[in-house]
Design a protein around this ligand. Structure first.
Ligand code: ATP
Length: 240
């Protein structure tokens, strides 16, 4: 259950939702892409209540990359990425050249062209994750919502996917467990605990030692490096 959640982001912002297991990150994301309707309150996109939009109107503006992957999915990588074009399809016509071009472009962006003809079900977890991001990009959305997009990825692909998302002129809303990745990637952070957003703002203002220590029940300490904008959190158990 979410309570008292109010925030706004602008086009082009990158929002990371950070918080412990069960804090409500996935539930908040579901509300944002209209996977569930809020019991109270509303989600607006450009001042319009999302509930007033058709699923197709939402899908043309918002692409979603979820953690759950279909186990047995008899499609090739190329087919899966083309599915991102469904909201743009008119009537019962087949794929247009533009659909195929958008899909190719997205596959190239995610370094997946060599896997285009493979069965999706035969890919590794990380490869599947990249295919689902490619499908979201082929959808040509304004907003991409991702639930733990780096979950199955090795460190290089984690950095690559977040760097790619950061270079696209899209609005990104993503849950992230890795606080260091969130601090580097996001323009805004929403810190969540027990269904509430307890802090919202610039990563430097929200991701403080005190806030992270309190919310996760650990000792968090952020080290900043001389002459560099980057920083690194280190963590230890509060009792150790
Ligand atoms: N469909 C549901 N019915 C009942 N409770 C639910 C449902 N979905 C989520 N919850 C509960 O709501 C709370 C928030 O869950 P949510 O999945 O949003 O957390 P989360 O922050 O994404 O957690 P995690 O980091 O573990 O993925 C949890 O206590 C969860 O058990």
């Amino acid at each position: 259950m979410l309570r008292d959640v109010t925030f706004a982001i602008e086009g082009g912002d990158r929002l990371a939702i950070v918080g412990p297991n069960g804090a409500g990150k996935t539930t908040l994301l579901r509300c944002l892409y209209r996977g569930v309707a809020p019991l109270e309150g509303r989600v607006e996109i450009d001042g319009q209540d999302m509930a007033d939009l058709t699923p197709r109107q939402v899908a043309r503006r918002v692409a979603v990359v979820l953690q759950e992957m279909p186990a047995d999915f008899p499609f090739t990588v190329q087919d899966v990425v083309l599915m991102g074009r469904v909201p743009w399809r008119e009537g019962l016509t087949g794929w247009t050249e533009q659909d195929r071009e958008e899909a190719r472009h997205a596959l190239g962006h995610l370094d997946l062209l060599s896997l285009a003809r493979r069965q999706f079900s035969t890919l590794s977890g990380g490869e599947k994750q990249r295919v689902l991001v490619a499908r979201a990009l082929a959808q040509n959305p304004e907003i991409v919502i991702l639930d733990e997009p780096t979950n199955h990825l090795d460190i290089r692909h984690q950095l690559e996917i977040l760097a790619l998302l950061a270079t696209l002129r899209l609005t990104i809303v993503t849950s992230l467990h890795d606080i260091n990745l969130a601090a580097d990637f996001a323009t805004h952070v929403a810190l969540m605990q027990s269904g509430r957003v307890t802090a919202f703002g610039h990563p430097d203002d929200v991701l403080t030692d005190h806030a992270i220590s309190g919310i996760f029940g650990v000792l968090a300490s952020r080290q900043r490096f001389a002459g560099s904008a980057s920083s690194q959190f280190s963590f230890s158990l509060a009792s150790s």
